[in-house]
Design a protein around this ligand. Structure first.
Ligand SMILES: [Zn+2]
Length: 315
């Protein structure tokens, strides 16, 4: 019998084995989808498994971090189950985690972006059960293309002023640098952004930036509060469609929008879906309305009262 439980983030129980996905406490067997802090363990009992890229990104801020390295696209067999990491397109090294237990396949999306700019190329596999995020799981979240973002940026830019561009320092900031490179700009990056840009470059991602002062600076979003009201500051985030940040904003995200999430589900073609993050209740209703697939809101607030059990599909 296989059980999926909302405990220590996500736990899959198969007979006497426990598998943890992006757990808070890393114990055997734990798998980390990517290097964003909200997906990392706070306590390590047993070393988790992650990609080389994720390992290096975590080590850039936490040099004592240790892990078992997994190669993307290479299946690993354990006694009662197998694991394969698949590119998620969200940030460098980000992965979906594909597991097989005695004929039952489970795909965990981690954070997903089906059209990434500086991450690996997203790839998908069919699975019986999909455990997925829904950060932008409402129909209002429809993101423009990169070309449209570039066109908006070019309207804002002029040669006279200095501009500060804000994005999350890991993932988004590198996308911003890439977009600027696409229009012939090699921006200045702040120290914390550079730390991650250097790891990207070490893995062969083609981004060009400088520490010399230029009139366009890419800064981490943590510094926005110092720039509120500044006409020459722009933040890049999917939330710009519904929130006011006190400066200009453009909807560039490293997550799927609502429509891309639905397309992703169609590609995975699961029989059942657990939604673990974002607008879980609303998105489950949308899945059932648009795709007719059973979808279960799997937030922490039901973790202690609900256990969902699965038998193999033949039973
Ligand atoms: Zn993330």
């Amino acid at each position: 019998m296989i059980e999926i439980i909302r405990k220590n983030n996500i736990c899959i129980k198969a007979n006497d084995k426990k598998v943890f996905l992006d757990p808070t406490i890393s114990e055997s067997f734990s798998f980390i989808s990517h290097a964003h802090e909200d997906h990392l363990p706070e306590i390590i009992v047993d070393e988790p498994f992650c990609t080389q890229e994720t390992f290096e990104l975590i080590k850039a801020k936490n040099p004592s971090f240790k892990a078992n390295i997994v190669k993307i696209g290479k299946k690993i067999n354990f006694d009662d189950f197998s694991v394969e990491f698949l590119e998620a397109g969200h940030i460098l090294g980000s992965s979906q985690i594909f597991l097989e237990f005695d004929g039952l396949s489970i795909l965990y999306s981690g954070d997903i972006k089906t059209f990434g700019l500086t991450a690996g190329k997203y790839r998908v596999k069919n699975a019986d059960i999909l455990i997925m995020e829904s950060t932008y799981g409402l129909p209002i979240y429809k993101f423009p293309s990169v070309e449209e973002i570039i066109s908006e940026l070019e309207k804002i830019f002029n040669n006279e002023n200095n501009f500060s561009l804000f994005g999350y320092q890991l993932g988004k900031a590198q996308d911003i640098v890439k977009i600027l490179n696409m229009i012939g700009i090699e921006p200045t990056v702040t120290k914390s952004v550079k730390t991650y840009c250097d790891v990207y470059k070490n893995f062969g991602i083609d981004i060009k930036f400088t520490e010399e002062k230029t009139n366009i600076i890419v800064r981490p979003t943590s510094l926005i509060s110092k720039f509120i009201g500044d006409e020459n500051s722009i933040v890049f985030t999917g939330w710009s469609l519904t929130r006011d940040f006190g400066i200009k904003s453009l909807p560039l995200s490293d997550h799927c929008d609502f429509y891309q999430l639905l397309d992703y589900i169609v590609e995975v073609s699961p029989k059942k879906i657990y939604v673990v993050h974002g607008f879980v209740y609303e998105f489950c209703k949308e899945i059932e309305k648009n795709l007719g697939i059973e979808a279960i809101p799997f937030s922490y607030d039901i973790s202690n009262t609900s256990l969902y059990s699965f038998f193999s599909r033949n039973q």
